[in-house]
Design a protein around this ligand. Structure first.
Ligand SMILES: [Zn+2]
Length: 192
């Protein structure tokens, strides 16, 4: 802190201001960087993490056959798909509902705790780009559950989403909120 920033991108119009002014030259809106955004991003991230626990503990799907019905958690569902020989679907569900969410948690956690550090600036900017670009795709996570449901549907009378699906959706929403509230201009803001 304390060092003078060389330039700052306007969050409203994208114009690069080479100025110490608090307002954008082009659109006149406030361009001051928002350190509160880190606290917000962190709070949303913790919330997402908390929702991810019941999302894995509780059943996500109930599968009904004619005379029997049983439930699956995300993990047991993946194992079942794998054991049934549905390898590509098992892998997609694993990627979308386990690996990618955990990867995003780790990246957002790292960005949040290291935002004021001047190390690995280009890596951090790339990581943020990855989070930003993959944002809309997070909804894939939710779709996967329903694609899964539809696929299993052929074998079963009905497939009903369970409690964990709600927690999973909340986890996705709070991960998106966390990445949206992270002001990426803070990365390297006080570095030469
Ligand atoms: Zn502007």
């Amino acid at each position: 802190m304390g060092k003078i920033r060389k330039y700052i991108r306007c969050p409203h119009c994208g114009f690069t201001n080479y100025t110490q002014s608090k307002y954008c030259i082009r659109c006149n809106l406030k361009i001051e960087m928002n350190y509160i955004s880190i606290q917000k991003s962190f709070a949303f991230l913790i919330t997402a993490l908390v929702f991810y626990i019941p999302a894995n503990i509780y059943p996500i799907l109930q599968s009904n056959k004619l005379f029997e019905s049983y439930t699956n958690t995300i993990i047991s569902g993946i194992f079942e798909l794998w054991n049934d020989g549905d390898y590509p679907i098992a892998v997609i569900v694993f990627l979308a509902s386990v690996l990618i969410p955990i990867l995003k948690f780790i990246i957002l956690f790292y960005l949040n705790i290291s935002v004021k550090s001047c190390k690995y600036l280009s890596l951090k900017k790339k990581l943020y780009k990855f989070i930003e670009i993959s944002g809309p795709w997070s909804l894939l996570d939710v779709f996967v559950v329903f694609i899964l449901a539809a696929l299993i549907h052929f074998q079963y009378v009905s497939v009903i989403p369970q409690k964990a699906a709600v927690y999973f959706l909340l986890m996705v929403v709070f991960t998106i909120l966390s990445s949206m509230s992270f002001d990426e201009r803070l990365i390297g803001a006080n570095c030469e």
